[in-house]
Design a protein around this ligand. Structure first.
Ligand code: ADP
Ligand code: ZN
Length: 223
């Protein structure tokens, strides 16, 4: 099963991808996490990516595409994968189409005001990228309680430090939103024309969303 999780930055797709992937037994492939761990390991690729990431800009297509291409050829991708944060440009989408077949695109939507509030409250494991959130949102039928690690500041999954990402400031988050609407959202028109898209409005915490998403995937695959 090869899936793309799509949606504005901060809509929660990384969290859903990690949990849905675990439930379906397929890896979550997050280009953002890959760039961050390269940067943490201070590799040439990481240093290059960091030049763009620190300002919320996209890493150049050739770099991103070759990293992704290598990743999806690994053994753990034989049963499928969930792409999280890729493709983000028309060029990335066309390359993806040439190198593999995508079954479904899950398109998440969430009001920008809530995204901003949540994004500023986002915390992230510096090693494995696991995501937590300190915001407590309850309005307009949307209920998102905080998502905290069991032990404050320590990742549940790997025991590393949970931090606020350097690129999670108001200006950079807003910039990433604008970039999404300009560069990434247009990909949806193309995927919609091919009837690959399932829309999923974000209305609650992961515990509510994950079973909903799995249901949408199971139905979408059968169609
Ligand atoms: P967010 O969803 O909050 O934007 P990500 O973790 O998906 O965060 O991405 C963080 C950064 O990594 C992006 O701002 C961008 O610099 C880089 N990045 C991730 N995926 C891509 C991609 N597909 N193409 C180009 N740059 C990317
Ligand atoms: Zn961790």
């Amino acid at each position: 099963m090869r899936l793309v999780f799509f949606g504005p930055p901060g809509c929660g797709k990384g969290t859903y991808a990690s949990r849905v992937g675990a439930r379906l037994g397929i890896p979550q492939i997050s280009t953002g996490d890959m760039f961050r761990s390269e940067a943490a390991a201070n590799t040439e690729l990481g240093k290059l990516a960091q030049l763009y990431m620190k300002d919320g800009k996209l890493v150049p297509d050739d770099v991103t595409i070759s990293m992704l291409r290598e990743r999806i050829q690994k053994d753990d991708c034989k049963k499928g994968f969930i792409l999280d944060g890729f493709p983000r440009t028309i060029a990335q989408m066309h390359v993806l189409e040439r190198i593999t077949h995508i079954d479904l695109v899950i398109n998440f939507s969430l009001d920008e005001e809530i995204i901003m509030e949540k994004a500023l409250a986002r915390r992230c494991c510096e090693k494995c990228g696991d995501i937590y959130n300190v915001a407590d949102i309850n309005r307009n039928g949307i209920h998102m309680p905080p998502l905290l690690p069991k032990k404050e500041g320590i990742c549940d999954k790997c025991g590393s430090r949970v931090i606020q990402r350097k690129d999670d400031t108001y200006e950079i988050i807003k910039g990433r939103q604008d970039l999404y609407w300009k560069q990434s959202e247009p990909l949806l028109a193309y995927y919609k024309k091919k009837e690959m898209v399932k829309d999923v409005p974000v209305i609650g915490p992961p515990d509510v969303m994950v079973p909903m998403i799995i249901d949408v995937i199971n139905k979408g695959i059968k169609e």
